[in-house]
Write a protein that binds this ligand. Structure first.
Ligand code: GDG
Length: 735
């Protein structure tokens, strides 16, 4: 069976040395839970750092750890203190983390930590390459390992790679700030499937891919030179059952089984039954909006003094990255704010805020979820936020209200929650009021809908949906490969070529013999193209034809001295070698004056676009425009043109970053057929890249070898991935 491996910064176990042996305790996080079901079921390995630096290990320890973890199917990547410091605490947490969470002022640009990030990513990739076998799949996780997909793909193009980002993907305007933006994106594009929590992150990613690499994106498929990459939103779920069961068990505990925390909680409510708890749980991180929450809570107590003495905020802040400057400052700010608010509103038997700066056992977490009538989740940025989902799953009696920041991914899935802007303290204060005064029936209605959804789309469903998408991308790529000109197919084509007695070869120019240029006039053939065409046309058995949408003057000038035929302007003009230019159809160009003003208005409104005028067509080019605006305007223009050309014998053709209006009834297909006429060719080859070439693929006889450049659906019998591959094929024929 083909295996599925998992790769993440940390392995799903904590390691502790007891009596010279290493004891493993499973991690309880959502990722560990979801992924364990996958890698064990599919017989794969989990590759990651075991959590102790090499300096913390004595001689022989590494082998012991490897052995203990090996039994659980884990492969350790050992890291030194310096590596952890530079790659993890440095580039991952001081550069990528603030950048992806829009904290530009916190970003550090250190060449040293970037180098370490590259080197450690390579270390992870190498560890993966050691275990990967043919047909295997690997699923890489999160922002610490953005380069790994590219590194694995470079060595093992056959392996299917998934990547999931657990934090937001920022907008292009923020992402572009980073000096190493292209490298990071290139690394991610090594994956075959990219998963994000929300559609917003996905579209930010697409926008970066378009702007930084100019790649084509169709729906959610990215077309690179040799692959199709899928990206999609997979909102991560939780182990719903686990929280529900734990919550039921907690509420059924006998007095002697109750935890200290539970006893304290019950005492609190004994003082007055209309007391209420508001809960917040997060890592102490500047992205979580902890200070915002405190300001808003203070505002609430000010505005609604009747709740002083009755409403308490239980705030669990788990220590995180405590040796980083910004985190130390944050801790200080939070400590001071808590002190201030407790000082201002506290009473002898009432503290407005219970503040825990530590992590609590799972059992206590559930008790807090159970006891709190409101959950207050206020991040200023958060990829998803699982605490919100855990709170909902734990509310077995369906009471409780959840307040969520619109900046957390989870808000997209929870329309029934009270959604707030974390910077609007007044709005948060009002939402707290609304939450604690919400009628029970409404609480239950809202909770019920959220629970049903979270139960359905739990962490196991999330993982299986991702796996399904990996299968889908595998199929898409296999379909592409089925038509791809592989070495054996190329050999067959060459064989047929050499056995043939009379050959017709139709070659499109832009995107086929040569790559695209921002300025179409700058795309003249290079020496390699001249050599190929010279060799092809010097064989007396060959009829070589350049078949293009370009105008005749340009092509004739570029190919002066070559003994070849031309079919240009999509078939309007033909020139058989040694003969004059001939117009195949009687057409006129009077219509141009009616269409030109429309195109000009689009040029004015779309910076970077321009009009190219050919004898019988007008072309609007937008390759140099800002990509999203260009695509948007192209759709608008098509729409306007469709109305304009009604009742005229005109056609709109959409090429690669161009929209062309031309006289109707003429296309490369009919022109190529006319050229063949009664001649008896025993080898016909046609190569082209855009949909104007599809006419040629469709109309040529079935025996013709038709080749599409690019990965999209086509009527051609074969595909190649690039201009380079076209040249490779032609060279193989002539050599
Ligand atoms: C990143 C993204 C995204 C917290 N305190 C205790 C404790 N926890 C558990 C919670 C929850 C988890 O930690 C926190 O998960 P979040 O999703 O809220 O946040 P991050 O740690 O920042 O995670 C985030 C996530 O990845 C998944 O993709 O949602 O946006 O930033 O499960 O229950 N658990 C225990 N004691 C604690 O004191 N036992």
């Amino acid at each position: 069976m083909n295996k599925i491996h998992i790769l993440s910064n940390r392995l799903p176990y904590n390691t502790e040395k007891i009596d010279d042996e290493f004891k493993l305790t499973p991690s309880v996080g959502g990722l560990a839970t979801g992924m364990k079901s996958i890698y064990k079921e599919y017989n794969g390995s989990w590759i990651g750092w075991p959590g102790l630096s090499t300096e913390q290990l004595e001689e022989g320890d590494q082998e012991k750890i490897d052995k203990a973890l090996g039994k659980e199917g884990c492969v350790s990547v050992h890291l030194s203190e310096k590596e952890i410091n530079d790659y993890y605490e440095g580039f991952s947490n001081k550069t990528i983390w603030p950048l992806f969470h829009y904290f530009n002022e916190f970003i550090e640009y250190e060449y040293e930590t970037w180098k370490a990030y590259v080197a450690v990513n390579q270390k992870f990739a190498d560890a993966a390459l050691k275990v990967l076998e043919a047909g295997d799949t690997i699923w890489v996780h999160d922002y610490q390992l953005l380069l790994v997909p590219g590194m694995i793909k470079a060595e093992r193009p056959d392996v299917i790679i998934g990547f999931f980002l657990h934090i937001p993907f920022p907008s292009y305007e923020v992402f572009r700030i980073l000096p190493w933006r292209k490298e990071l994106l290139e690394g991610m594009l090594g994956a075959d499937l990219l998963g994000f929590h929300t559609y917003d992150y996905e579209r930010h990613f697409f926008s970066c891919v378009r702007r930084l690499f100019g790649l084509e994106i169709n729906f959610n498929q990215i077309h690179t030179e040799d692959r199709i990459i899928l990206a999609d939103a997979f909102p991560m779920g939780i182990d719903y059952d686990k929280f529900e069961k734990a919550s039921i068990a907690a509420s059924q505990k006998l007095d002697q089984e109750k935890s200290e925390l539970q006893i304290e909680l019950e005492k609190y409510f004994l003082i007055s039954p209309d007391r209420k708890l508001i809960l917040s749980i997060d890592r102490m991180d500047y992205t979580k909006g902890i200070a915002n929450r405190l300001h808003a809570f203070s505002k609430f107590l000010d505005k609604y003094p009747e709740y002083q003495g009755k409403v308490t905020l239980v705030m669990l802040a788990v220590p995180s990255r405590g040796n980083v400057d910004q985190y130390m400052k944050l801790k200080k700010t939070v400590d001071e704010l808590v002190g201030e608010i407790n000082g201002k509103f506290g009473m002898v038997n009432y503290s407005p805020i219970w503040y825990f700066y530590r992590s609590l056992p799972f059992e206590n977490l559930i008790e807090l979820y159970n006891a709190s009538e409101v959950a207050l989740i206020t991040p200023v940025r958060d990829g998803m936020n699982l605490v919100a989902k855990e709170y909902v799953a734990s509310r077995v009696n369906k009471s409780g209200v959840i307040i969520i920041s619109e900046m957390a991914g989870v808000s997209k899935e929870m329309g029934e929650a009270l959604i707030i802007n974390p910077n609007n303290f007044n709005e948060i204060a009002e939402s707290i009021y609304e939450a604690i005064s919400m009628p029970l029936s409404e609480q239950r209605e809202r909770m019920d809908v959220m629970q049903k959804r979270l139960r359905r789309y739990d962490v196991f469903k999330w993982a299986s949906e991702f796996m399904k998408a990996l299968d889908k991308v595998k199929n898409i790529q296999q379909n592409f490969n089925a038509k791809k000109v592989s070495i054996p197919i190329q050999n067959t084509i060459v064989q047929k070529y050499s056995e043939a007695k009379k050959r017709a070869i139709f070659l499109d120019y832009d995107g086929t013999l040569t790559g695209f240029h921002a300025n179409p006039q700058a795309a003249s053939p290079d020496e390699e193209v001249h050599n190929i065409i010279r060799k092809l046309s010097s064989d007396p058995l060959n009829e070589v034809t350049i078949i293009s949408g370009r105008d005749r003057d340009t092509l004739e000038k570029w190919f002066v001295g070559h003994d070849i035929n031309f079919i240009v302007e999509h078939g309007v003009w033909t020139k058989v070698k040694g003969d004059e230019w001939r117009m195949l159809y009687q057409i006129n160009a009077d219509w141009k004056e009616n269409i030109r003003p429309t195109l000009e208005s689009f040029v004015d409104r779309t910076p970077g676009s321009f009009i190219e005028e050919k004898n019988y067509s007008l072309v609007w080019h937008y390759r140099k425009s800002e990509p999203e605006l260009g695509t948007l305007r192209a759709n608008e223009l098509k729409d306007e043109l469709t109305n304009l050309i009604a009742n005229h014998n005109l056609e709109i053709m959409e090429g690669n970053k161009v929209i062309e209006v031309k006289s109707g009834g003429i296309n490369k297909g009919s022109a190529a057929l006319r050229f063949i006429g009664e001649k008896q060719f025993d080898f016909i080859l046609a190569i082209g890249d855009d949909w104007t070439d599809e006419f040629m693929f469709k109309e040529l006889p079935d025996t013709a070898i038709t080749v599409k450049v690019g990965l999209v659906n086509t009527a051609a019998s074969y595909k190649v991935e690039s201009v380079t591959a076209v040249r490779r094929l032609l060279k193989a024929m002539v050599e």
